[in-house]
Design a protein around this ligand. Sequence first.
Ligand SMILES: [Cu+2]
Length: 496
Amino acid sequence: MIKTACAMLAVATALVSAPMTAGAAGNDKAGAKSAGDFGPPQGAPIQAVLTSPPNVPPPVNRKYPAKVIVNLEVIEKEMPISEGVTYTFWTFGGTVPGSFIRVRQGDTVEFHLKNHPANKMPHNIDLHGVTGPGGGAASSFTAPGHESQFSFKALNEGIYVYHCATAPVGMHIGNGMYGLILVEPPEGLPAVDHEYYVMQGDFYTTGKYREKGLQPFDMEKAIDEKPTYVLFNGAEGALTGDKALKAKTNEKIRLFVGNGGPNLVSSFHVIGAIFDKVRFEGGTNFQKNVQTTLIPAGGAAVVEYTTKVPGSFVMVDHSIFRAFNKGALAIIKVDGAENKAIYSGKEVDAVYLGDRAGPNLAAVTKATANAASGTLTLQDQVLAGKALFEGTCSVCHQSNGAGLPGVFPPLAKSDYLNADHQRAIKVVLQGLNGKVTVNGNEFNSVMPPMNQLNDDEVANILTYVLNSWDNKGGQIKSDDVKAIRAKTTVKASGEH
Ligand SMILES: [Cu+2]
């Protein structure tokens, strides 16, 4: 009885400061249970269910506060960051972002942090859902091969970022050490059809964007806040192709979207969708009918919307170069019957998805691996080139290479192309403008330089084009492109 009274008092105290925030946004139940201690843990201790992204643990579905045990292991490991590119990530639970943790407001969390014996670095954890100095960081400093333990009470409901806070902090976060913990309100969250876990992060490699091989962390780029990659869930293609998030029409989707940073603020947007409800900054209040929501570094939001029509819905950071040139692009694939009254148009794929429109870029990965081992074949190049052509060239020259009369010259059976392969490389790297005659037809337009492509990519694309659509065949090697690039003043993007 005495304990209950204490708990009530704590709730009452917490409520005293609540009305200001609650009233401001005018939301129905905002602030009602924003903070509170619901008394000591009851029942037997519960082992927390942790999930890897994009999965979210099932709702807590419990009527009382409990002691919840979280076992999380830090693992340093090399994983793909892009096609043919790997990076040594430091992870909470083996993934970027780290394992998703889900508890109930009032729970007492007993946290066990393990640091795998094969790791090289010490690590710790700072959970933004902790009330206490350092958010747990000071109590959780753990050397490789060791384990540390601390407890905290989840006083406030909300969605919170956790991250490593071991010096150099920026480097630990920059290597992927962040994740989300959801503290459910006592009554739980309203039921939806799908819950997904997505987290943005910026990455800094010494090599330029998509430069192949194992890429080390670049401290200087990190300090300058000039990321090589901006990614959802730690890798380019983590949520595209076969790995796209899935839903059916007329379903409710809830996205827990975090931003690990270390540097950038996200302008989170889903192309072709309007968010019915956003719990901005992960707080208790929500905003309705939102197009783009800001997610600060070290912050999160809960985004909800209902799918109405089928198609590929592209999730981006609307700081748009990050989406199309640094990887911040993911897909929600919605299946179901069309609803022409809501949307009459055609699928968005080629326009927005670029080289992500295909099922995946496996052919590019294979070509890269074979190039590294010296077994690259013409066929490898053709297949890789086909995947890349879809994203970079087909918008203008069309998927079948036919071009558009009077606007974009054909690459199919093109006398201009077949006459001079070196010139074709130059066209891709430097662009082309002014009068050109292709197959007897004159064009006088502008092709922008495509020098964001690396040497392999240009070689593969042109090899594909030369071996398609009645062209005369031939093979362009990566070194051919390198030589021409060296002679031109145009450098690849990312080179300084
Ligand atoms: Cu760390």
